[in-house]
Write a protein that binds this ligand. Structure first.
Ligand code: NAD
Length: 275
């Protein structure tokens, strides 16, 4: 597999920590040249220095100039971008009625607009070369509906619809377009939330391994873990009332609401809400 990864120039947004950083680390170990960008300038520089990535620095995926400048710098200093992973995302939790409008807009701005903008900028570079791979990080939340995550669910459903459409729009262009649907994963984004029964949280390295395989052998989408993906797909095939009952029986109606450990979640919520 390393043969297909070695030498590839890979850009990862939101790469300072979590799934993005685990993916950068796994790809570097297989010989890829890594550029990570993140709105959190301090942490992206710490992570980039610690792992000696080719490039690391500030990138705000909601700002077209910032995004374009970052990609230009990668192409100038590292080389033509082979893979762009649109990974940056936030997940504030709570009831919709309590969600300030500016947070609603920020979730959509980062999770949806940031992915659309990144895909557009990536395609503009890759289509003339007739090669490249755009990978959009969605979520199994894009194939389910979980109380406490309404806007986040909406954002991930949007990423999946968008990415499936692009795949057809650019079929035959030489550019691969994929989505990744991680289950609940042990990163700061999920801190303090309880886990629905049957769905053990994944480690970021498991998602990273899935992405490594996806780059080596492109497909339209991967669900990680496969077991969590199969459960969500099975429930989605059932009549709505049955599926919703199973979701409630697994505890999904409390996981992101009453069962949240507010103290353990506080630092993440403050960070995500201030971005
Ligand atoms: P994380 O909070 O650990 O890391 C996300 C990174 O994105 C942070 O470093 C943050 O600073 C950065 N970021 C936020 N806004 C940004 C912006 N405007 N521009 C650039 N960077 C920005 O989260 P994670 O768990 O690693 O999540 C990564 C992706 O995986 C997200 O899209 C998330 O929705 C998705 N995902 C996560 C889980 C999970 O349970 N952790 C499950 C499914 C999908």
């Amino acid at each position: 597999m390393s043969d297909k990864i070695r030498g590839k120039v890979v850009v990862i947004t939101g790469g300072a920590r979590g799934i993005g950083l685990a993916t950068a680390t796994a790809l570097q170990a297989r010989g890829a040249k890594i550029a990570i960008g993140d709105i959190d300038e301090t942490t992206v520089k710490e992570s980039g220095t610690a792992r000696d990535f080719e490039l690391y620095g500030k990138l705000d995926v909601t700002d077209a100039t910032s995004f374009e400048n970052f990609l230009d710098e990668v192409e100038r200093t590292v080389g033509p971008i082979d893979v762009l992973i649109n990974n940056a995302g936030i997940m504030p939790t709570g009831r919709l009625i309590d969600e300030p409008d500016q947070i609603t807009r920020r979730i959509l701005d980062i999770n949806v607009y940031g992915v659309i903008l990144g895909s557009k900028l990536g395609l503009a570079r890759m289509l003339p070369r007739k090669s490249g791979h755009i990978i959009n990080i969605a979520s199994l939340a894009g194939e389910s509906h979980v109380p406490g995550l309404a806007t986040y669910n909406a954002s991930k459903h949007a990423v999946l619809g968008f990415t499936d459409t692009l795949r057809e729009e650019y079929r035959g262009s030489g550019v691969h377009i994929s989505s990744v649907l991680p289950t609940l994963t042990n990163t700061e984004l999920g801190s303090g939330v309880s886990t629905p029964k049957l769905l053990r949280p994944a480690e970021p390295e498991q998602i990273a391994d899935g992405i490594v395989g996806l780059i080596a052998s492109p497909k339209s989408k991967i669900r990680v873990t496969a077991v969590a993906g199969a459960i969500i797909r099975f429930v989605g095939l059932l009549p709505e009332s049955v599926g919703d009952s199973i979701g409630r029986a697994l505890g999904s109606s409390h996981t992101f609401l009453d069962d949240v450990d507010a103290e353990r979640r506080k630092a993440y919520e403050e960070r995500a809400r201030s971005l």
